[in-house]
Each structure stands twice: as structure tokens, then as C-alpha cells.
Design a binder for this molecule. Structure first.
Ligand code: FPP
Length: 238
């Protein structure tokens, strides 16, 4: 790999194109998700080897509940299996897991498996792996604002103390640096209610590759594109 390449600290991914990948092969959409889950595990390892410190993936949005029951069940089962079987691998690779999103709507056993995996990997010091489940960025911002409003109501803070950093500290991503690079696979060019607050200054990268086909080379291409961008944060080129 090119030694000069700057590696983004935090990469976020909208993993799109699973359904179409399966359909093209005459397979049920759920097979696309199963293959997509394998891709997640491989890309996590690749990202780690490249030196990326945080990887965040959009696994299930607040809108995904409206998909057919069989598809929702299949996705939840994939996530359940991941939460229940990944501890040894996370320990071996020093991965720290955090789930973003409103967990209260998830099945109880999945909530418990998530809490256990988060607890048991919390002191790992390698790559931070965030999985967004029942996640919607607007919902996350509403929850953060509610929590700030409660603090104002009980007198523990003044309205003037509601700052950008207080809101950041009340998001599910608290303590995690904002993504430098947001990738969306599958050919669409939308943000789809993912990390709206956190991607204020992220570079956006869209590619046609369906998520199940996404490989280390595709991640490297995205990082190369990121390297070719001038990040100015609203300032001028110096
Ligand atoms: C979008 O593709 C993808 C999803 C809604 C689900 C993504 C979830 C996974 C890849 C599984 C995650 C597993 C782990 C272990 C984190 P789509 O179904 O909307 O594709 P389409 O646009 O081609 O229909």
C-alpha cells in the first residue's frame, strides 16, 4: 500500500445493494443480507489492517421495519448471531463494539446479547466497530435534545449550556470522533438519515459496487478518493 496515503480515522458505511445482488443471481433478498454480513466481517478486518480506528455500519434503519416480515426476521437473526458468536473474534482482534440506535424496540434476547458484547469488549483498545441498528439520525437527535431538555427542566443546566458539544455528548456516538469519510455502496447517492449531525464535514464517496461484492480494493479506492479531496471545514485553501 502507498505509504503516503492518509488514513481516515473514522469511516462510516451505508451498505446498500444486498437485495439487488441476490436478485441478479435469482436468489432471495435475504441471501444478499447473509453475504453482506460476511462482507462486514471481512471489511472490518481490512479496515483494521489499514489503520482505520473506527468503522461504523448502517445495519438496520428505523424505516427498515416496514420491509416484509421475513426480511426483518432474517436481518434480526443475522444481527443476533453476530452478537452471540463474536466475542472470541473481537477479543482476538482487540475490537470494541458499540451499537447505535434505539435498542428498546429490539427483542429482549438481542438487547441482552448486545449489552453483553458491548460490556465484554469495552476495554479492548483496537478498532471501534459501531453497528447502527434501529437507527435513524433524526430519532437520535430527538433523543439527545430530549435529554438536554430534561436537564434544563430539572435545573441541572441552563438553556445557554446547550452547545454543539453537549448535543454531541448526548448522541449514540458520544466520545467517538466524527466520520472523516462516508461511503455508500449500491449506486444510490443519498444519506438516508444516517449520522446527519456527525457527517457535517465528512467526505462523501458513492460507488456502484453492491455491498456483498465490496472488497478491500474498493475500500482502498474510497480512501484514495478521500486523499484526493481538500478538506477545508468551511475555511479557505491555505
Ligand atoms: C441495504 O441493502 C442493506 C440493509 C438494509 C441491511 C444491511 C445489513 C447487513 C449487511 C447485515 C449486517 C450484519 C452485521 C453482522 C453487522 P438493500 O436490501 O436495501 O439492497 P437493495 O437496495 O439492493 O434492495
Amino acid at each position: 500500500m502507498d505509504k503516503e496515503r492518509r488514513i481516515p480515522v473514522h469511516v462510516a458505511i451505508i451498505m446498500d445493494g444486498n437485495g439487488r445482488w441476490a436478485k441478479r443471481r435469482g436468489l432471495p433478498r435475504t441471501v444478499g443480507h447473509t453475504q453482506g454480513a460476511r462482507t462486514v466481517e471481512q471489511i472490518l478486518e481490512d479496515a483494521d489492517h489499514m489503520g482505520i480506528r473506527y468503522l461504523t455500519v448502517y445495519a438496520f434503519s428505523t424505516e427498515n421495519w416496514s420491509r416484509p416480515d421475513t426480511e426483518v426476521k432474517a436481518l434480526m437473526n443475522l444481527l443476533r448471531t453476530y452478537m452471540k458468536t463474536s466475542l472470541a473474534k473481537c477479543a482476538r482482534n482487540n475490537v470494541r463494539i458499540r451499537v447505535l440506535g434505539d435498542k428498546s424496540r429490539l427483542d429482549k434476547d438481542l438487547q441482552v446479547a448486545i449489552a453483553n458484547l458491548e460490556r465484554d469488549t469495552a476495554s479492548n483498545t483496537g478498532i471501534g466497530f459501531q453497528i447502527a441498528i434501529n437507527y435513524g439520525s433524526r430519532d437520535e437527535i430527538v433523543r439527545a435534545l430530549r435529554s438536554a431538555a430534561e436537564k434544563v427542566a430539572d435545573g441541572s443546566i441552563q438553556p445557554s449550556e446547550i452547545t454543539e458539544s453537549l448535543i454531541s455528548d448526548n448522541l449514540d456516538t458520544r466520545g467517538i470522533p466524527d466520520p472523516d469519510l462516508l461511503i455508500r455502496t449500491g449506486g444510490e447517492q443519498r444519506i438516508s438519515n444516517f449520522l446527519l449531525w456527525q457527517t457535517a464535514y465528512a467526505e462523501l464517496y458513492f460507488c456502484d459496487t453492491a455491498w456483498p461484492d465490496f472488497k478491500k480494493e474498493d475500500l482502498e479506492k474510497a480512501v484514495d478518493a478521500y486523499n484526493n479531496r481538500e478538506r477545508r471545514y468551511g475555511g479557505l485553501i491555505s
